[in-house]
Design a protein around this ligand. Structure first.
Ligand code: XMP
Length: 510
């Protein structure tokens, strides 16, 4: 494990983004909850520490405090927003709630000092705070202020302690990355977190973990499991038993394409075509959670049967899963979120078919999986695909899932997604999808009356799917797509565009 910059999470919605940004700058970074002990932080071999923002006021009773002993380590520390205020308070400065705070973009005045070295011109910073540092601790100087006179940055270069009142990690702070990069340089953190080194480390880990044993992998058709197949193939070759359960709920041509890509790159994948079975099991099921349960159950059954068949050909000790870093990061202490939708994975296998888990992506963000997919040779249009839910198109067909309705939705989706690519808008949106609603409405085509399906298109902008806003796709584009859909798919005579954000709506309709 390379040296890390440890991000202590005080509950800001941007904490993970700091970790991602550092990794974009090729520094390994991990995130720990606010209550992590100093021993735990030391065990991560930190090159430096960043204290994140958070929703509390440092002066509130019960607000999270600085990890005892952390500053005694003598490591470079950068406090961001709440983190800066914690530093100030801990070191004898003062934090006050004076004024009404600053929210949104602010222009910095008189920025200088080590953190801003090399940065020139106007500096727009994203602010989101009620409190501010009103008295600097001894040894610190203010190195930037906001237009309303608030201390926007402070530093004590001797002790390598820094504070930023704004968020350098968000896009709304255009020069924020330069400041983070300065901190990395000042901290002397190694910049060795590259796709090559990630692949190398993952391959070595897998080899060490599994030795000569066989590893079972369920491939869903998504980017994560496909890339995992490639990585495992590179690490252990023929010891990999790759099983692609085609549940028949994928997009047009997707199953074939994924199979071809894997085979083309040397992975010996067994495809189990279970589409009829899934569609039969879904007959008459209209409740969204019930659909998810049926699909989860069928998946386990099909996968179990195939695993047993493969076991018959030689013992399999391990099961690989594409668990990602966001699934394993502990929350900052925010009470458990409600279960909005049940996601399925390969948990729940029968007792006599238990495996040891291998999770080579446990440390990785989705962008990093995409980067290593590139290193491993996965074609661009397969590795850059939008997220796609495990239960597939079943949760995009409102009401009963039938072969006919799947067929309609596949063609609609294909028109929409192909057009996004054609107009170079595919990456202007985080995820785009089509929904087949249970509505039918009256239309006119040629001289005739039609009474046909309504489809909804949805495209959202998001950083992690937790919250999202609807993407403002150009009206001209939407007009073209609607036109193409009704022409290409006669079963559809009306197209609507979903303009709700998440929350309150979710991204998928079911
Ligand atoms: P929602 O609809 O909850 O979706 O706003 C958030 C993100 O998760 C995806 N999603 C799933 N992914 N299995 C998955 O692997 C699932 O069961 C599942 N349900 C939703 C969804 O596409 C979006 O990206």
């Amino acid at each position: 494990m390379p040296q890390s910059i440890v991000v202590v999470d005080y509950g800001s919605q941007y904490s993970r983004l700091i970790t991602r940004r550092l990794r974009e700058l090729q520094v390994h970074s991990v995130i720990v909850p606010a209550n992590a002990t100093v021993e735990r932080i030391v065990a991560l071999d930190p090159a430096a520490v960043i204290l994140s923002g958070g929703p509390n006021s440092v002066n509130d009773a019960g607000a999270p405090t600085l990890t005892p002993g952390l500053l005694d380590l003598g490591l470079p520390v950068l406090g961001v927003c709440y983190g800066m205020q914690l530093l100030a308070k801990e070191l004898g400065g003062a934090v006050g709630g004076g004024g009404s705070g600053e929210y949104g973009k602010a222009a910095l005045r008189n920025y200088s000092g080590e953190l801003f070295a090399g940065v020139e011109g106007d500096f727009v910073a994203w602010m989101s705070h009620g409190d501010a540092v009103v008295r600097l601790p001894a040894g610190f100087t203010a190195v930037a202020e906001s237009s309303s006179g608030v201390t926007a940055a402070m530093e004590d270069p001797e002790r390598r302690l820094y504070g930023l009142q704004f968020h350098p990690e968000v896009n709304h702070t255009p020069k924020g990355m330069a400041v983070l990069e300065r901190f990395i340089t000042l901290a002397g953190a190694p910049r060795d977190w590259t796709p090559e080194s990630i692949v190398e480390a993952a391959v070595a880990n897998v080899r060490e973990r599994v030795g000569k044993e066989r590893v079972l992998l369920g491939i869903s058709g998504g980017v994560d499991s496909t890339t995992l197949g490639l990585l495992l193939h590179q690490a252990i070759g023929e010891q990999l038993v790759a099983v692609f359960v085609d549940h028949g709920l994928l997009r047009l041509g997707e199953a074939e394409e994924v199979e071809r890509a894997l085979r083309g790159l040397g992975v010996n994948v067994t495809v189990v075509d279970a589409s009829e079975r899934f569609v039969s099991a879904l007959a008459g099921v209209t409740d969204p959670e019930a659909k998810r349960k049926v699909i989860g159950r069928e998946f386990i059954e099909v996968f179990t049967a195939e695993a047993r068949r493969q076991q018959a050909g030689g013992a399999i000790r391990f099961l690989a899963q594409g668990t990602l870093y966001p699934d394993v990061i502990e929350s900052a202490g925010v009470p458990g979120a409600a279960n909005i939708k049940s996601h399925h994975n390969v948990g729940g296998l029968p007792a006599d078919l238990q495996f040891e888990l291998v999770e080579p992506f446990r440390e990785l963000f989705k962008d990093e999986v995409r980067e290593i997919a590139e290193r491993l040779g996965l074609a661009p249009h397969l590795r850059d695909r939008h997220p796609f839910p495990g239960p597939g198109l079943a949760v995009r067909i409102i009401g009963e899932v039938t072969e006919e309705r799947l067929d309609v939705l596949r063609r609609v989706d294909d028109v929409f997604i192909s057009a996004l690519r054609e107009f170079d808008l595919y990456h202007d949106t985080w995820q785009a999808l089509a929904v087949l609603t249970p509505l039918r409405s009256v239309g006119v085509m040629g001289d005739g009356r039609t009474y046909a399906n309504t489809v909804a298109l949805r495209a959202v902008s998001s950083i992690d799917g937790m919250t999202a806003d609807w993407t403002r796709l150009p009206h001209e584009f939407l007009a073209t797509v609607a036109n193409r859909i009704v022409n290409a798919v006669p079963e559809v005579n009306r197209v609507v565009y979903d303009i709700t954000s998440k929350p309150p709506a979710t991204i998928e309709w079911e």
